[in-house]
Design a protein around this ligand. Structure first.
Ligand SMILES: C[S@@+](CC[C@H](N)C(=O)[O-])C[C@H]1O[C@@H](n2cnc3c(N)ncnc32)[C@H](O)[C@@H]1O
Length: 537
């Protein structure tokens, strides 16, 4: 694959195996490396039908995507051969065909329409067929070969029996469907499949909506830290690694594989089960002593203690997670700590279950109930997980359900009270994306104000001037998007265009009016901050 700038090298790492190391000092927000596209990429099954399999543009119809970003409608047409992969243009179709699809199309035609093949199986098929037909060079094949598979560890660990069975069955399926049995044996297919599981990362939109998985040997050499100094951002097929913090020459570049705002034992168990390692990063070295683990109280009231006793008795699935080594362990030797651990376990469990619910109302009720528990038990600050994650999930659900006023209040709370703590760097891509989503939401509400009496009320009686608020939020996105996504990214270009459009709508290009607006920002900001405090919790 053609590669763009690279300011890092793969070297042996004291952390584990190989890692990425900066060649020179890289200030926050600067590019570390960029790839025109990852070596291998496959879309999630639902995205196969509504996204381009070459440039990954997502052609959905709803007003807001799952992360609340307004979506432009683009058509995609199915490949006339397999009728599975779709493309937004003949150019995209032809690029994909030449790169890999001509080797798999007839196989997909035969198998994929009847089988709902998981991502890792399709990625393995892509690798096997590309190699078989000479579309992966020896260098690319060797660099895939150097990636960690953990297969020996999985084979020798009793608790990984089920995982081993899954690898054996699915890799065998991938080998058969790829039609490359004459070139590769089952052992090779298992190695490749296991490498895909350990080394692939999420294929995402610039606004962090998940689209599928991708694998690239260069990016896969970046080790994990729960206190990362770099992040991955995508722009269509282009993948970039950018500095979150100041990185000195020769320093190791770390990304975070997981949500690092989670408490110590949850992070440890996720990394152990998904990536097979015990994290010893600078944060994990400090154990459960950081703000991620702090509760606001040292014990809960009698009311919550009685709720916890019931959960301990009735929810065996949860009580097993609070034992030492479990994800919800908080130091369970004392009863007061067991009570807090089981309440935390219940909230995390609800967060995960809500993600699988199709029904928005049911999900919102579940999320709301557990947020109330976080608040009323007095244990959780708004940034202590899973309280912050429950709120974020509720925000996305309210947007999807078209409950835009509730969404606006949650967004204010997230903007002022959650994100600055969880993502301290103003150019953190998630912080930038959240503000952008909020801008889009406010602009939508302003345009449709007649349909939203509560918003009209906030404007007329509460004195909120939404255009001024949207404009000042846009200024924040505009100031940070170069560092979060890169100046020439499609996302940054969209932000710059929107900023110009809003500026001109507000002022008609008159600089004096614009100056007047700038002076209104401060008092409006205070009013908007209050919108988050109107919520019960
Ligand atoms: C995507 S690979 C990273 C590159 C890897 N070091 C290699 O040599 O191929 C992920 C694997 O690297 C190792 N790893 C990554 N971060 C680690 C960390 N903080 N501590 C220990 N091992 C880590 C684990 O074995 C993990 O499964």
């Amino acid at each position: 694959m053609s590669s763009l700038p690279c300011r890092a090298d793969v070297k042996p790492s004291p952390t584990s195996g190989s890692g990425l190391f900066a060649r020179e000092n890289i200030p926050p927000g600067e590019l570390i490396l960029s790839l025109a596209r990852p070596l291998i990429a496959v879309l999630d099954l639902p995205r196969l039908s509504d996204s381009c399999s070459n440039c990954f543009i997502w052609s959905t119809t709803p007003l807001f995507s799952s992360k609340g970003d307004a979506v432009d409608k683009v058509g995609v047409k199915a490949c006339s051969g397999c009728k599975v992969l779709k493309y937004c243009s003949t150019k995209c179709q032809s690029q994909s065909w030449k790169r890999h699809h001509k080797h798999e199309c007839s196989r997909f035609k035969e198998f994929l329409r009847s089988n709902q093949l998981p991502n890792a199986v399709r990625a393995t098929i892509q690798i096997l067929t590309m190699r078989r037909h000479g579309a992966l060079t020896d260098d690319q094949w060797d660099s895939l070969g150097r990636l960690t598979s953990h297969l020996d560890h999985i084979r020798s660990t009793e608790s990984h029996k089920q995982l081993l069975e899954k690898i054996e069955v699915l890799s065998k399926g991938a080998l058969e469907i790829s039609g490359t049995q004459n070139a590769f044996n089952e052992g090779i297919a298992q190695e490749i499949f296991a490498k895909v599981l350990t080394n692939s990362f999420a294929l995402i939109t610039p606004t962090y909506d998940p689209l599928g998985i991708c694998l690239d040997p260069l990016l896969a050499s970046a080790n994990h830290s729960c206190d990362p100094n770099a992040f991955i951002v995508m722009d269509g097929p282009e993948v970039s690694l950018r500095a979150l913090k100041d990185i000195k020459g020769d320093q190791e570049v770390f990304i975070s594989y997981i949500d690092s705002s989670n408490p110590f034992y949850r992070r440890q168990s996720e990394l152990k089960s998904r990536y097979h390692f015990t994290c010893a990063c600078s944060n994990c070295e400090k154990g459960s002593t950081l703000p991620q683990d702090e509760f606001l109280v040292s014990s809960v009231t009698k009311y919550w203690a009685s709720k916890a006793r019931i959960l301990l008795k009735e929810r065996r699935d949860l009580s097993s997670t609070i034992e030492h080594g479990g994800p919800n362990y908080v130091g369970c030797d004392e009863l007061r700590l067991r009570y807090m651990a089981i309440l935390q376990a219940k909230a995390f469990d609800a967060l995960e279950k809500s993600r699988d619910l199709e029904d928005n109302q049911e999900a919102m009720t579940m999320l709301d109930d557990n947020m109330q528990m976080c608040y009323q038990s007095g244990m959780f600050s708004p940034t202590r997980q899973p309280f912050a994650a429950l709120r974020k999930e509720l925000y996305v659900r309210t947007l999807t359900a078209g409950q835009f006023v509730a969404a606006l209040m949650q967004a204010s709370k997230i903007h002022f009270h959650v994100d600055p703590v969880l993502y301290p760097q103003p150019h953190h891509p998630l912080r930038v994306v959240h503000i952008w989503t909020l801008v889009k939401l406010i602009i939508y509400l302003v345009n449709e104000i007649d349909s939203y009496p509560p918003v009209q009320n906030m404007q007329e009686k509460g004195g909120l001037d939404f255009p001024v608020i949207a404009y000042s939020l846009l200024l924040q996105v505009e100031a940070n998007v170069e560092k979060s996504h890169g100046k020439s990214s499609r996302f940054a270009q969209m932000v710059y265009r929107k900023a110009e459009e809003v500026k001109s709508d507000l002022t008609g290009g008159n600089e004096v009016i614009l100056k007047g607006f700038s002076e209104c920002i401060e008092p409006q900001w205070r009013l908007f901050k209050q919108a988050g405090t109107w919520l019960f919790c």
